[in-house]
Design a protein around this ligand. Structure first.
Ligand code: HEM
Length: 456
């Protein structure tokens, strides 16, 4: 007999659309709590706020058109404004030709060889995480949410800067980013409703500076050394960025530009992966039978040897857990784009400046695209009948020219952390703990994620 599928928590959609007031007050805490039943299956939706109209494109051909359109649909100005204190003008927030040039300068850092080189660093960071669990003792529950921030930020630190991240700086980052998300989310909500958002924008500057201050000395020292003509001591992502040349002018990044790119890669590269690791460990903790299969696969492929990229390729169960986690809990649940000029989409006449949203949270949980869409079923990615949907209705890393530059990196690090954890521990959810997702900039658990680790 096959085990019944587990349906992990998500906000139950209401039957009917909520009023504008309700949308505002509920959305103030979390975007995904505003959704109603039809949000998941509609082909195209329209939400009129006081300040801004928002269109949501769910139909697969529209999703494809918008994402493959790349710079034709720029990042929405509210998103750019909200992230500005933290990442400024960087490859994540730039548009048009400016973005094309920045992307050309950033790409080499993520070339395939850089990925292979980062494998031992990822494995070492995963070992450091396991050592922290072991040192703390396994007779109690752990909130893995900050721990996943630590391991993901540590991986980024090792690959970006060739440095490890200590507990103190990790705690500063976790706390500051939580505050930044709250203020920046509130500013976006007010902006969408045409209300003044200046205070929240101002408040978000302090945590953004606290995060940037963690790596400012490292970036400054490396920049100064390069421009003083000193020989390079490191071959890491930061060095690749310091040496990158503008494709037309040949100029290097200025210090401010470099700080913005580093902040982006640091933020985009650890917050999203940390969220994925947290949800993946939770889902495995809930589903002992899938956890056992994944553990057996890891034992068979890797034994007690250090993990390699080649080993990960031979772990389809772990890989499908990674994919299914991202289908259910895409860290970036909504991609807000801007309507560039008057245009028709389905029966709607879109006005320039309006927000046009593509939403993996909705498309990836749409019952017209996936069977049992809210259930955790990693094996669906092993079924050839789902191959077309996996191409069209699964895009946690986006698609087209603006696809995530770190998708391969993320898959490698998340699989490594899952595999390393399962090799040592059996995971269960702490007694009485109920997980709940909320969505601000990223999808994270509202009250942390309490798990138990028992030595296998
Ligand atoms: C599970 C982990 C990750 C997820 C789900 C994810 C998701 C995404 C998505 C959806 C976008 C496009 C957003 C949009 O179009 O509005 C994006 C862009 C980006 N991501 Fe990731 N990401 C992950 C990990 C990483 C990592 C590890 C790095 C770097 C080390 C990274 C760096 C970037 C950068 C630089 C961009 C901007 C690309 C551009 O606009 O040209 N991401 N990511």
């Amino acid at each position: 007999m096959t085990d019944p599928l587990f349906t992990p928590p998500f906000p139950q959609p209401t039957r009917n659309k909520r009023t504008m007031m309700q949308r505002f007050f509920i959305g103030w805490h979390s975007w995904i709590h505003v959704l109603f039943e039809k949000s998941y299956t509609m082909k195209m939706g329209e939400v009129r706020g006081r300040g801004q109209t928002m269109y949501i494109a769910n139909e697969l051909v529209l999703v494809d058109r918008i994402l493959k359109g790349g710079t034709e649909f720029p990042k929405h100005h509210e998103l750019v404004k909200g992230l500005w204190p933290l990442i400024g003008n960087s490859v994540f927030s730039a548009n048009g030709e400016d973005w094309e040039n920045q992307r050309a300068m950033v790409n080499p850092a993520f070339a395939h060889t850089a990925l292979a080189k980062s494998m031992p660093l990822m494995a070492a960071a995963a070992d450091a995480f396991l050592a922290r669990i072991e040192a703390a003792g396994t007779d109690k529950s752990f909130d893995v949410d900050p721990m996943m921030t630590h391991v993901a930020a540590d991986i980024i630190f090792r690959t970006l800067f060739s440095e490890t991240l200590d507990l103190q700086r990790s705690a500063i980052i976790h706390k500051a980013f939580g505050r930044f998300q709250r203020y920046s989310h509130s500013a976006s909500m007010l902006g969408l409703y045409g209300l003044p958002s200046r205070w929240f924008e101002k408040w978000s500057e302090r945590p953004a500076t606290a995060i940037r201050d963690v790596f400012r000395p490292i970036v400054t020292a490396r920049f100064d050394a390069f421009h003083a003509g000193e020989p390079a001591q490191y071959k890491d992502i930061l060095q690749s960025l310091v040496e990158a040349k503008h494709p037309e002018t040949g100029a290097h990044f200025t210090l401010k530009e470099l700080m913005d790119q580093v902040a982006t890669i640091f933020l985009a590269g650890h917050e999203t992966s940390a969220s994925t690791m947290t949800w993946a460990l939770y889902l495995l903790a809930e589903c002992a039978h899938i956890q056992d299969r994944a553990r057996a696969e890891v034992a068979q492929v890797a034994g007690e040897d250090p993990f390699t990229a080649a080993m990960l390729k031979d772990m389809p169960v772990v890989r499908n857990v990674f994919k299914e986690t991202l289908r259910l809990y895409p860290p970036l649940a909504f991609f807000p784009r801007e309507v560039p000029c008057p245009m028709q989409m389905r029966d709607k006449q879109l006005e320039p400046g309006a927000m046009l949203v593509v939403a993996p949270w909705l498309t990836q949980r749409n019952k017209d695209n996936w069977a049992c869409p809210h259930a955790f079923d990693p094996d669906r990615f092993a079924d050839p009948a789902n191959a077309e949907m996996a191409k069209q209705a699964w895009f946690p890393f986006s698609r087209g020219p603006r696809v995530c530059v770190g998708a391969g990196f993320a898959q490698q690090e998340v699989m490594t952390v899952i595999a390393a954890t399962l090799r040592r521990y059996r995971l269960t959810v702490a007694k009485g703990f109920k997980a709940e997702p909320i969505s601000r900039l990223t999808v994270r658990p509202r009250k942390g994620m309490k798990l138990m680790f028992e030595r296998v």
